[in-house]
Design a protein around this ligand. Structure first.
Ligand code: 8X3
Length: 265
């Protein structure tokens, strides 16, 4: 256990699955107070129970849609009734919808990605900032993506919103320098969560192909890194971390070990 995080309040968006749920369990294991929020209330309850089991000082959950200012503000109001302070805000909620080229792009996919990956980070941070302000060593940890640093075909909107989110992180780092609030981004590459399934709209075969022949990052790898970033001493800010599995040297350079094709009979 890392004493730096014991008794700290950690608020995690997109906490019902993937990176968010893994992060919640990891912070809980450090003895933190963990608050998980997401749209899916049923799964949140189970994650909060796992956090309590893992050793959280306390575990809380609440339904929140980062795509709605009213929902975000109501949730932060609920949080204020439980704690007057927040030590770590993890802006993790996000996701990709579709792999269409710009020519084939769907408005509803674009709009969903802008709401969650970009505006969501802004509105959750704005609402949570008053709770972070008076806590030495407090931290805003945004979950970005390698997609915000390099474009790829079919990723125009997702790469665009992740690049925008990276600039939000950088602007916040400047804005909050005098307040001594740390601002970090953790930008993963290929990681096996529900990400691909959501991107391919439930098509399991297509989603599985994304990870074929490689050992991708796991949600636990990301969570472990978040805990490391958050547990540095208050004078240390890990500004930007890019994290990829060993098989992914760059967005377009993925070495896949696929079984040799039969010669046919
Ligand atoms: C997910 C990583 O490379 O699929 O954010 O865009 S990638």
């Amino acid at each position: 256990m890392n004493s730096e995080l014991k008794g700290k309040w950690v608020f995690i968006t997109g906490g019902s699955s993937g990176f968010g749920a893994a992060a919640a369990r990891a912070f809980a294991a450090q003895g933190a107070h963990v608050v998980v929020v997401a749209r899916r209330g049923d799964r949140l309850k189970a994650v909060a129970a796992e956090c309590a089991e893992a050793g959280a000082a306390s575990a809380h959950h609440h339904v929140m849609d980062v795509g709605s200012t009213a929902s975000v503000n109501a949730c932060i109001g609920w949080l204020r009734e439980r704690t007057g302070r927040l030590d770590v805000l993890v802006n993790n909620a996000g996701g990709a919808h579709g792999v269409d080229t710009v020519a084939e792009g769907k408005d509803e996919d674009w709009e969903a990605m802008v709401q969650v990956n970009f505006l969501g980070v802004l509105r959750v941070t704005r609402a949570a900032l008053p709770l972070l302000a008076d806590t030495p060593g407090s931290l805003i940890l945004n979950v970005g993506s390698v997609a915000g640093r390099a474009a790829y075909e079919g990723g125009s909107a997702y790469c665009g919103v992740k690049a925008a989110a990276l600039q939000v992180t950088r602007a916040l780092r400047l804005e909050l320098c005098a307040a001594a609030i740390r601002v970090c981004t953790l930008d993963p590459g290929l990681a096996e969560t529900e990400f691909a399934l959501v991107r391919y709209k439930g098509d399991r075969a297509k989603a599985d192909k994304v990870y074929e022949g490689i050992e991708p990052l796991r949600a636990e790898d990301i969570a472990e890194t978040m805990v490391w970033m958050a547990s540095r001493p208050p004078h240390v800010c890990i500004d930007e971390v890019v994290m990829k599995c060993t098989a992914q040297a760059a967005v377009h350079k993925v070495h896949r070990r696929l079984p040799a094709k039969g010669k046919g009979h």
